[in-house]
Design a binder for this molecule. Structure first.
Ligand code: AMP
Ligand code: MG
Length: 351
């Protein structure tokens, strides 16, 4: 175990990591841990004071509710008013896994955990470290992504250290996370199940279990804060932003490459330092020193796994402008494009 700015950094070789971190959580402290999506910043979801520390450490707006992580279905009964047939179908198929369900909450869940809403978002993660920790402490753990609010979500312990060392009690380093984008959030409190945030479980997979799934308008486009955007309150804030300005180019693959080449020349002529996030297929169009390769258009899971790490990597190379290639909206592409549009602050060029 190392200590960085007062934050304990455990590796998986530390035999006591789970027990020590469980004790920290039980005492109302904050622990960052890996899940199959991104690193989460955990606190006892039923302890309002502990949960408040999450908002302070991240600088997270108080009306942005947290996802509560559980280790078993029996824990779900303690948190929500009703476990409907739909919930059973979805949890049977997708838990443990990257699906978060929004359900009506019981009074035991403090308002601060749900941003004042009468619903709570719950998921059962599919990662050994997360499950070991949840089983050890036997508490529902509220855990948003373990980054400073507005920054790209952490997919490596090092990202958590950069953002939060000195602000939280402990971090468990479990290596790079697998999926790389956050969980899919589905609300089951509307008449029709509604996809509030695309993520590791795709829309297509959801429709294999549910007859009908609505997609909230905020998933694909910016919706004004006055609109009913607040269904998933977190979706209205600045998000996933590296230090540089981000521009997303959407359209047909080859046209994207031509547009990005043109934009690169323009920005270079203006004296800017440019970075490009490119797909494997288009990498030949660009100068080697400028690009980071996201992965192949035919393997969106690789792109999602690399996405946030690459966005953060440009902070070190100190570019002013990041030009990013859009991908298809199908499958995991819906989650990837949702994150990229937000990272770009909806500065999108269509070709
Ligand atoms: P994060 O924890 O940073 O991955 O973000 C959690 C996401 O889940 C945010 O977009 C929240 O707005 C959404 N969320 C959490 N709880 C609820 C809820 N009760 N109703 C609707 N959306 C929620
Ligand atoms: Mg987050």
């Amino acid at each position: 175990m190392k200590v960085i700015n007062g934050t304990k950094l455990f590796s998986l070789d530390d035999k006591n990591a789970i027990l020590e971190c469980s004790n920290i959580l039980a005492k109302g402290g904050l622990v960052a841990f890996p899940t199959e999506t991104v690193y989460g910043l955990g606190a006892n979801a039923l302890d309002a004071e502990a949960v408040n520390k999450i908002f302070t450490a991240k600088g997270r707006p108080a009306d942005n509710p947290l996802i509560v992580h559980i280790a078993s279905l029996s824990q779900l009964n303690e948190l929500v008013l009703e476990v409907s047939n739909q919930v059973k179908l979805l949890s049977d198929r997708f838990w443990p896994g990257p699906l978060t369900l929004v359900l009506e909450k019981k009074d035991i869940v403090p308002d601060i955990t749900t941003g004042g809403l009468n619903t709570v978002a719950v998921r059962l993660p599919d990662h050994k470290v997360a499950l070991d920790l949840l089983n050890e402490c036997q508490l529902p753990i509220a855990a948003p992504s373990a980054n400073l609010s507005g920054r790209p979500s952490p997919t490596m312990a090092q990202h958590v250290t950069i953002d939060l060392a000195g602000r939280i009690e402990a971090i468990i380093d479990g290596g790079q996370t697998g999926i790389g984008v956050e969980s899919t959030v589905v609300s089951l409190v509307e008449d029709t199940p509604t996809l509030l945030r695309p993520g590791g479980i795709t829309y297509e997979e959801l429709t294999e279990v549910l007859d009908e799934v609505e997609i909230d308008p905020t998933v694909k486009a910016k919706v004004g804060s006055e609109d009913k955007a607040a269904l998933a309150p977190g979706m209205k804030y600045k998000h996933y932003s590296p230090e540089a300005e981000v521009i997303l180019v959407e359209g047909e693959a080859e046209k994207i490459a031509h547009k990005i080449t043109e934009l690169t020349d323009d920005y270079l002529a203006q004296g800017h330092k440019v970075g490009i996030m490119a797909t494997e297929e288009n990498s030949n169009f660009y100068e080697e020193g400028q690009i980071q390769i996201m992965g192949s258009r035919n393997r969106l899971s690789a792109i999602s796994a690399n996405l946030f790490r690459l966005l953060r990597s440009f902070d070190e190379s100190e570019v002013d402008i990041i030009l990013i290639e859009g991908v298809s909206d199908q499958g995991l592409g819906l989650a990837i494009m949702n994150r990229l549009r937000k990272a770009a602050g909806y500065q999108v060029v269509k070709v």
